[in-house]
Design a protein around this ligand. Structure first.
Ligand code: AP5
Ligand code: MG
Ligand code: ZN
Length: 221
């Protein structure tokens, strides 16, 4: 591993703001933003075999099987733009995925250098997911209350229509939060033990205030 590599993971519950912060980090630190959720949604939209297999789990708010997601990440990390660093959003989500990522990186003499946990109280998570809107054209994210577009339902950047993610309905959101607590939260201890975990406090703070914390956590030892 070279000293200058930033191999970063964003950890946090559904709606914690991983995608929101990742967009800022990717620009600020010139890291490729690798979101397994986005890659899986693209596969669903394209109707690939993997997409068809993943769709049911995603719509129910369950995790897609480890083998599928690990394969996606392995292929993505092998692309040249991830050679000098990366920003993972939504992966790993199980201890198995974390162990397999460590093994993958160790094989190339690399390691995870920083894990940033975005910590947000549960009631805020539900509110954020309920109000989230996304652009059909360019993918930009909005929130009807906290980050509204200038014109209702229309993207400020490209003018395309905004939509709601199919897993942002109330029942699925509650299941996603339960799945997070049961299967993903144990990663906090996993990365604490490896001394790479730092926590950003995202509750009650605007995205730019959270990003100011994230920058400090990325710069510090
Ligand atoms: P994924 O797409 O990763 O969804 P998620 O983890 O549930 O997280 P979200 O994308 O919903 O939230 P976020 O933290 O990115 O929040 P955002 O920035 O948008 O995964 C989807 C599904 O794919 C999973 O359920 C699973 O089925 C499958 N999957 C993916 N990865 C997998 C893996 N590794 N293994 C197995 N299965 C996998 O913000 C949310 C809203 O809040 C937005 O509207 C935003 O504008 C607003 N907001 C953000 N920050 C703030 C703030 N500070 N203040 C106020 N509002 C804010
Ligand atoms: Mg996201
Ligand atoms: Zn747009």
């Amino acid at each position: 591993m070279t000293d200058t590599q930033r191999n970063v993971i964003l950890l946090g519950a559904p709606g914690a703001g991983k995608g929101t912060q990742a967009a800022r980090i990717a620009v600020g630190y010139a890291l490729p933003h690798i979101s397994t959720g986005e890659m899986l949604r693209a596969a669903v939209a394209e109707g690939t075999e993997m997409g068809l297999a993943a769709q049911r789990s995603m719509e129910a708010g369950e995790l897609v099987p480890d083998e599928v997601v690990i394969g996606v990440v392995r292929d993505r990390l092998a692309l040249p733009d991830a050679e000098k660093g990366f920003l993972l959003d939504g992966f790993p989500r199980t201890i198995e995925q974390a162990e397999r990522l460590d093994a993958m990186l160790a094989g190339a003499g690399r390691a995870v250098t920083r894990v940033i946990l975005i910590d947000v109280p549960e009631d805020e998570l539900v509110e954020r997911l309920a109000g989230r809107r996304l652009c059909k054209g360019c993918g930009k994210g909005y929130h009807v209350l906290f980050d509204p577009p200038q014109n209702d339902g229309v993207c400020d950047v490209c003018g395309d229509e905004l939509y709601q993610r199919s897993d942002d309905n109330e029942a699925t959101v509650h299941n996603r939060l339960d799945v997070y607590r049961a299967q993903t939260e144990p990663l906090v201890g996993y990365y604490e033990a490896r001394r790479v975990l730092k926590t950003a406090h995202g509750g009650g703070k605007m995205p730019d205030e959270v990003f100011a914390q994230v920058e400090q956590l990325l710069e510090g030892d």
